[in-house]
Design a protein around this ligand. Structure first.
Ligand code: IPM
Ligand code: MG
Length: 361
């Protein structure tokens, strides 16, 4: 019998509410297939700061390093907003990404047909949208040196972040993107700002060089400002997108709107030995603690975990299928309610999906 060790890091805010639903979905898969999932709790983010003084205790990092996969919630919240950068809750997540070398962040954004009307955008724009955003996750502005803030002799301060990329850092994520594009519609849009940034010129050159190894893939280069516009103007134009860390952070939030709600979007962070799976939404302080958050992004992240870290693609299909069935039946949480008469709570939605997964075996 296979035993899968899962590091369970719900974090803060609605992470505490939705991640247990994703865990439940995996437990249902375990029950049906005989696989055993062992979950071990790790502290991260604000809850780790409160308990230990830092956003990622060594024990949690070790837990992640030794697991088969990481099921992550979200980190941050108003309570910790005034802490200095280096000890904020977000640092915990950034440190895991860096230490585990999770350089490729896959963020699929698909507009489910039954949720077309949940998107604030017109049906004619979003219908048929099916994107995969691949965001570089361990370099660029987030990690570049020098960085810092210093007082200037004449008064005032100077603050620095550095957007830096090496050929190797670009190559490995772009290669991952080509591989993903090959399994999709074989169209890759590389997003940069090469009309201004030197880093983007190296990025573009590298994409062009690698493109020769993937003659089947149709490559286009899109400037990031133009891409931001095209994504809400004609999202169906795109299939697979690849971009650097900060651009990817921004564009993937934008892409979330195309899927109806942030509450629908899963993600996988891959590269090193252990993959990390988290919903794209954050801690949502405005609804945290109310039990109304949409657990679908977390549950779909668990499906990605099954597919990418455990090589259990057919179980992943069942989890994704169960989510679709429940949506088809008209069940909705508040964020995707549209014209549905009743909004379900987090656990109610989790229950329905788990029951549907059970039935699929
Ligand atoms: C994300 C989040 C994180 C990021 C924060 C929480 C550090 O916005 O995963 O998109 O900026 O990468
Ligand atoms: Mg973000």
């Amino acid at each position: 019998m296979s035993v899968h060790k899962i590091a369970f890091l719900p974090g803060d805010g609605i992470g505490q509410e939705v991640t247990p639903e994703a865990r439940r979905a995996l437990e249902v898969v375990g029950k049906a297939t005989g696989a055993s999932f062992e979950f071990e709790l790790g502290l991260v983010g604000g809850s780790a700061i409160d308990a230990t003084g830092g956003p990622l205790p060594d024990a949690a990092l070790r837990l992640c390093q030794q697991a088969d996969a990481i099921l992550f919630g979200s980190v941050g919240g108003p309570k910790w907003d005034n802490l200095p950068q280096e000890v904020r809750p977000e640092r915990g997540l950034l440190r895991i990404r860096k230490e585990l070398d999770l350089f490729a962040n896959l963020r699929p954004a698909k507009c489910f047909p039954m949720l077309v009307d949940a998107s604030p955008l017109k049906r004619s724009v979003v219908e048929g949208t099916d994107l995969m955003v691949i965001r570089e996750l361990t370099a660029g502005l987030y990690f570049g040196e020098p960085r810092g803030r210093e007082a200037l002799p004449g008064g005032g301060e100077k603050a620095i972040n550095t957007m830096s990329y090496t050929t190797r850092e670009i190559e490995r994520v772009v290669r991952a993107a080509f591989d993903v594009a090959m399994k999709r519609k074989k169209r890759l849009a590389s997003v940069d700002k090469s009309n201004v940034l030197i880093v983007s010129q190296l990025w573009r050159d590298t994409v062009n060089r690698l493109a020769k190894e993937y003659p089947q893939v149709q490559v286009e280069h899109v400037l990031v400002d133009n891409c931001a516009m095209a994504l809400i103007h004609k999202p169906t134009h795109f299939d697979t997108l690849v971009t650097e860390n900060t651009f990817g952070d921004i564009l993937s939030d934008e892409a979330a709107i195309l899927a109806g709600s942030m509450g629908m979007l899963p993600s996988a962070s891959l590269g090193g030995k252990v993959g990390l799976y988290e919903p794209v939404h954050g801690t949502a302080p405005d609804i945290a603690g109310k039990g109304i958050a949409n657990p679908i992004a977390a549950i779909l992240s668990a499906a990605m975990l099954l597919r990418y870290s455990l090589d259990r693609g057919s179980d992943a299909d069942r989890v994704e299928g169960a989510v679709l069935r429940v949506l088809e039946q008209g069940h909705r949480t508040a964020d995707i309610r549209g014209t549905a008469d009743k909004a379900l709570g987090t656990q109610q939605m989790g229950d329905l999906i788990c029951r549907q997964i059970e039935r699929s075996y």
